[in-house]
Every structure is written in C-alpha cells, then in structure tokens.
Design a protein around this ligand. Structure first.
Ligand SMILES: Nc1ncnc2c1ncn2[C@@H]1O[C@H](COP(=O)(O)OP(=O)(O)OP(=O)(O)O)[C@@H](O)[C@H]1O
Length: 636
C-alpha cells in the first residue's frame, strides 16, 4: 500500500516560517515529541483502566529515544496508543495547521518569537525544525496494518505500509546537517533531562552506535598473568552483561507525593538532585492544591554562602511533569525567584508566552496563592519553631525584606514576624524592641548600619544600657522606609543620629557650653557648627559627632539618583563634647595656652569626624600633619 497526499496547508511556506520562529528555542522539538509519546501511553493506560482496551503485550510502558549518528536519525519510540490511518489523516495532516492559518493572518507583521511560541503549540511539526524528513511508523492498539507516514517538510506526504509488529509509534527524524549536534548522545541526553526529568513514563536514551563489548574484544594484553587461567572457561562470544538499564527521568518526583508521605531526607535529596546544590536548604514549603486550580510543588529556601553572594534562585515551572520554563516572574512573585524550587501547574499552557501570562488573571491568582503560602509557612515556623526561625533568620532576611518591599500584602502579613538582630546578638520583633525601649526612647528604633564605623556609638549605647539593632544590608534602607510607611508613629534613627537626649546621663553643667561653642566655631572658622556639652557616662570619649537623620537620608537618596553632595553640610552635624573628659576640661582651663587649645580643637573635631565618616582630602592632610607634629613634640 502506498498513498500520496497533500497536507492541508494553505500557506505553502509554513516550514521555513516554523524554522525561523522557533530558532531560539530549537530544542523544544524533543519536549514536544516525548510529550506526545507520553500522552499516547497515558491514553492507552486510561483506555485499559476503563475496560475499553486490553494490554495483550504486558510490556512495561516506556519511551525509548535512540540516536544513530551513522544514519543521522533520532527515533522516539513509545508503546502507547498508536495511530490508525484515519487518525494520521485527522491529527497529523489536517489538524496541525488549522491553528497556524489563523495565526499567520493575525501575526504576519509581528515576527516576535515570544508571542509566536506562546500562541501556537507547534507540537509534532516542531520536528521539522531539525529534520529534512520525518517518518511516523505506527501500529494502533485497535490493530489493522502498521503504517509508515513520510514527509520531507514540503506540502506532500506519503503513506506506506509500516514495520511495527507491536502496538505503538516510532517518530523517526532524519536530522539535517546543520542540526547534527542533536545526534550527540550526551547532548541529546542533557536536553531530555532538561525537559523530561519528571515525566511520568520511564524514558531510556540509547546510543545506536555504541558497540556491545564482547569478551573477544577485551585486550588480552591488559589481562593480568594471574587471571589468565580464569578466562579459559569463558565463552568468547558471550555478551558481557550490561548493568541494568536506568531511565533518564524520575517518574514520580517528590512534589507529586502527599507532604505527609515525604521525609526530610527525601526533601533534601530531591533538592540536591534537582539543583546540584550540595549545601542543605534551610527549609521548604510543599505546595499541594487542587481547588480552584491545580498546583503542586516544593519551594526551598537556600542557605546563602556568604553575605555578599549574589542571590540567584531557580524556580522551574512544569506542566503535568513536563518542563515549561525557568524563572517566569509572571507566575512566581518576583521576590520568590530568589528561592529554588519546582512548581507544576497543569492548568497553564505548555507553550507559555510572557505577554499571555502578564494579562492572565488566573496567573495572578497562582502568584497570590504562592505568596500567601510562603507567608503562612514563615509565620508557622515563627510560632511553632521559634528557635529554628531565629537561627534561619539571618539567611532568610534578605528574601523576606525584598518580598515585603515588592508586595504590600506580604509585608502586612509578615510585619509582626520580622526579626531584628540587636547589638547584644538577640533576635527581637519590632514590638519587643519598642516595648523595651518605651521609657528611654518611645517609638524610636536605633540601628547600626556599619558595625565597624559605628563601634564607638555601639559602646556608648551599651554603657548606657540602651539597645540598637543591626540593619547593615543594602536592602535595609528601603525596608526602613517601608516599615515607617506602614507604622506612621515609629521612626528609625541611625545610632549616630540625634541620640544626645536619650543617653542615661546626669544633667550636664552647661556653664561652659557657650565658651566652648564659640571657641570651636572660631578655631574651626565655622560659625554654623553646633556644639553640645554633655555629661557622658563613659569618660574615654572626649568628643563625638552626631549626624542629623533627615540630612543623612536626604544625602543617601541623592546619591542613589547620582547626585553625590559629598560630605554633609555643617548644619547637619552636632559636635558633642564630654565635659567629664580631661581634654575638654583643659579647654576650659585659663592656664592652658591659646596655641594648645587651637591644636586641641582641631584634633578633637577631626577625631570625632573620623570615628563617624571619612575626612575630606584637605582635612585629612591637615589632620596627618598635626598628628605628626604632636608626635614630634613628644620627642623634643
Ligand atoms: N506518539 C504518538 N502516538 C499517538 N498519537 C500521536 C503521537 N504523536 C502525535 N499523535 C497524535 O497527533 C496529534 C497531534 O500532535 P501535536 O503534537 O501536533 O499536537 P498536540 O499534541 O495535540 O498538541 P500540542 O500542539 O500542544 O503539542 C496528537 O494530538 C495525537 O493525537
């Protein structure tokens, strides 16, 4: 039997167009063909379970992908439902392009890969992206003649008698010269792993050119003298037993199971195998939802290797165990892209286009659901495993804060569970911090942004029994603004800002304040310099600088807009002088010479500035010369 026919294609040049459109995503032909093979098997199993078909073969259901570099072919074989002549006619020659026609009219002028892939599931015909000829060798479960359909990518095909003796289908791709790399066993295996790792039917990849090793091929030279006697009895033609074949995929990935059936060890192993990350994840969330949409998956919170590491997650999206894409921010809330995980949503189309997803209300619901689940898990951890939650906190804080900044709903849910690490290394909530600080600085949260730079202030806080929290991450600036926005009553103040009012000190004797103020203003030639005389508890600090919170924030904001105003203007700084310190006492002593007072003023001001920030280049030069001069005086 040989029959020729025309494909029902109204646009003659469909194949060149397919090739052009899908150029960037050429390897999806493998996903399409293996998915079809998988569907064919699942359909047959379904028919059997409904009593509409009988499995007379009793062979294990499987998909075999064979690459043959010598023949230049890739064959995808399944023992699924197979196709009858009518089905080939209906599903392959007619149906395939019914969608293409509409599509061509609509998108003729917009050759944008992204849209095209999304709107038009190319399925079987994507095989022509890499093949000069495609054959379907099939035998339907309903019996009849085996069939061989052949098409060279033109608009005609040939139908002849096939060679299959058992139910199922082989799709034979005659790979073009330009696409020969797909014939490479390892290359092909990698693509199959990418798309089909979790497909529900075992997939075997076979290298048709790999010679089976027989004993007579073993190099006798290599055999140890002592072993020679032992091989006498061996039948030289006996095939050396191959280790048992292993499918390339995991047909029941962990996320398809019920959370109650999975152990911690299994979750960790699944993480290692899927992401090749040998650092244990901190914890995970197993998503399992049936209504109003189906969604399964596991999201892992990875451990950051160090504070400065670029956080980059990986969320793989699947549709019924078939890989669709990675890191699709329309489905997964952007901040969760910092996590690692797999999500399987059968209700999403296999060929997802970004433009489609952006406008889809259903996708928004998925994204909201995931966000809610993540918040629920964190809250439950905080309530039920508070010690662990505190232990994880430093690692997960950037995710959470980023999430709060990106999604207000998430922020509102999480606000009471955000932890702050104090200078005493305790983790407290905002509520706990404010409660403790109620008497000394109500509704004010003091924070450290740079542990080293602000060490002098930290010591001062500790000496005064005050508490501050660490907020050193670049994300913390935006996070602080967010928390202040959500809680209008509270204010974050950096530890070197307006703190003089909160220090636990006896009222200072202000009699010298005017004298000292005028002295510094005159010596430093700066009339707007603010000077405050305090009675600091610690007498090891003679002077320090306080920076206005508003002024500093303004400066930082301008910096982010590329307008660096350099050092803060004098009106934003306050020089604090500790009246208990001998150096400050010396400044009020009439017996100390004017020259020494001059030197002291300059040096005390520069030292105070230096322990807060860097000096301007000229000021630094002056400071160094003065310091050297002082050292020289010691040797005089
Ligand atoms: N290996 C196979 N065994 C049995 N039938 C098959 C096989 N491959 C394809 N078919 C039939 O051909 C039809 C067309 O396949 P094609 O891949 O073009 O589209 P699809 O799978 O229906 O949708 P999609 O465009 O999303 O892939 C299938 O629906 C199926 O009926």
């Amino acid at each position: 039997m040989t029959k020729q026919g025309n494909l029902s294609i109204h646009s003659e040049n469909i194949f060149p167009i397919i090739k052009k459109w899908l150029y960037s995503d050429q390897d999806i032909f493998i996903r399409e063909l293996i998915s079809n093979a998988c569907d064919a098997i699942l359909k047959f199993k379904k028919l059997c379970s409904m009593g509409e078909a009988t499995d007379t073969l009793n062979d294990p259901f499987e998909i075999r992908v064979t690459t043959d570099t010598e023949k230049g072919t890739i064959t995808i074989s399944d023992n699924g439902i197979g196709m009858t002549e009518e089905e080939i006619e209906k599903y392959i020659t007619q149906i395939a392009f019914s969608g293409a026609e509409d599509f061509l009219t609509k998108y003729k002028d917009k050759m944008d890969d992204d849209q095209i892939i999304g709107h038009f599931g190319l399925g079987f015909y994507s095989s022509f992206m890499v093949s000069s000829e495609v054959q379907i060798n099939t035998l339907s479960y309903q019996g009849g003649e085996p069939l061989l359909w052949t098409c060279d990518g033109g608009t005609t095909y040939e139908l002849a008698e096939g060679t299959r003796a058992k139910r199922g289908t082989d799709i034979i791709l005659h790979v073009t010269e330009e696409c020969r790399e797909f014939l490479g066993f390892y290359y092909l295996s990698e693509i199959i792993k990418k798309y089909c790792s979790f497909m529900p039917i075992p997939i075997y990849v076979i290298d048709a050119n790999k010679k089976e090793e027989t004993v007579d091929e073993i190099d006798v030279e290599e055999i140890n003298e002592n072993d020679k006697d032992e091989i006498v009895d061996i039948d030289v033609n006996e095939v050396v037993e191959e280790p048992k074949e292993k499918p390339i995929n995991d047909t029941t990935p962990l996320y398809t199971k019920q959370p109650s059936e999975c152990t911690d060890e299994e979750y960790k192993a699944f993480y290692r195998e899927t992401f090749h990350d040998y650092q244990e994840p901190l914890f995970w969330i197993h998503l399992n939802m049936d209504y109003p949409f189906k969604l399964k998956g596991i999201l892992y919170f990875p451990k950051l290797k160090n504070e400065y590491e670029l956080i980059e997650g990986k969320i793989k999206l699947y549709n019924n165990q078939v890989f669709v894409a990675e890191n699709i921010k329309e489905v997964i809330p952007e901040f969760l892209l910092l996590l690692k995980g797999v999500l399987d949503c059968p209700d999403l189309p296999l060929n997802v286009s970004r433009s489609f997803l952006q406008n889809d209300g259903f996708v928004k619901k998925i994204s909201d659901y995931i966000t809610k689940k993540v918040a629920d898990k964190l809250i439950s951890l905080s309530k039920k495993e508070n010690d662990n939650y505190k232990k994880f906190w430093d690692d997960i804080a950037p995710f959470i804060k980023y999430g709060c900044i990106r999604e207000e709903k998430f922020a509102k849910k999480m606000m009471d569970y955000i932890l702050y690490k104090t200078i005493d290394d305790q983790h407290v909530t905002l509520k706990e911090y404010l409660e403790k600080a109620k008497d000394s600085h109500e509704n004010k949260i003091f924070y450290v942004s740079d542990k080293n730079q602000q060490s002098q202030y930290i010591r001062l806080f500790k000496d005064n029994g005050l508490d501050a929290v660490y907020l050193p991450h670049p994300i913390d600036n935006s996070f602080i603004s967010l928390v202040e926005g959500l809680n209008q009553d509270i204010k974050f103040m950096r530890i070197d800002s307006d703190i003089s009012g909160i220090l636990n000190k006896e009222e200072a004797d202000k009699t010298h304040e005017t004298t000292l103020s005028s002295l510094f203003q005159k010596v430093l030639n700066n009339n707007s310099l603010k000077v405050s005389v305090e009675n600091l508890k610690s007498d090891s600090t003679p002077s320090m600088i306080l920076v206005s919170e508003e002024g500093r924030r303004m400066q930082e904001m301008m910096k982010t807009y590329g307008m660096d105003i350099g050092h803060l203007p004098a009106q934003d700084l306050t020089l604090i002088l500790n009246q208990n310190h001998p150096l400050i006492k010396a400044l009020c002593n009439e017996n100390v010479s004017e020259q020494t007072k001059d030197l002291l003023c300059h040096q005390l001001y520069d030292l105070a500035l230096l322990s807060n920030q860097s000096l301007a280049p000229d000021a630094m030069q002056d400071f160094l010369s003065r310091s050297h001069e002082l050292l020289l005086n010691l040797t005089a």
